[in-house]
Design a protein around this ligand. Sequence first.
Ligand code: DGI
Ligand code: FE
Ligand code: FE
Ligand code: FE
Length: 189
Amino acid sequence: MKIKKAVKLVEETLPSKRYNHSIRVAETGKKMAEIFDGDPKKVELAGILHDLCKYEELSDLYQSVTQYDLGQDLLSYGSEILHGPVAAARLKDQYEIDDEEIYYAIYSHTTGRAQMNKTEKIIFIADYIEPKRTTPGVEEIRDIVFKERDLDKAVYEISKRTVLHLINKDKTVHLKTIECLNYYNLHSE
Ligand code: DGI
Ligand code: FE
Ligand code: FE
Ligand code: FE
């Protein structure tokens, strides 16, 4: 899929606030791809498309989990975790986006994963640090990325904050979220 078509699809599908977030993730990702020797085209496409299914009815998301055989375990973690895997599967099926890096970047953008590819890491981080994000402590992550220039450490710090946040809110933590936390604990300084 060409960038232009992806932008149009997202613009037609998502409310303007979420569309603008998607563009900022793509822009932040492109900047990171330059610094970290990533593939700016893949990052841009994944950034634009990553939240495509964010506002879908839960029943439609559930149906896609079954249709694309994404694993019933996905249904035990609230709605937040579903929009990545469903978007990845649907883009592959309906829009022939079959690049593996892009597929995983969209699939894993909420939970992260152990051993992420570079596009995947960049999208996971860019989603957290895009300029309009105001999460407490986000500036520390921006410094790890743009000053320390350490992608794996940024992934670990984001996972850590996400897990702490989920536990504090008595939410269920997905296994992939924990695997990401552990893997990047061991693989960053
Ligand atoms: O879609 P965005 O808002 O841009 O960001 P996102 O896709 O990273 O979603 C973040 C939300 O996902 C946040 O509210 C925390 C939630 N989340 C991440 N990992 C888990 C999770 N929720 C549950 N229940 N379990 C997880 O492991
Ligand atoms: Fe998302
Ligand atoms: Fe995220
Ligand atoms: Fe997002």
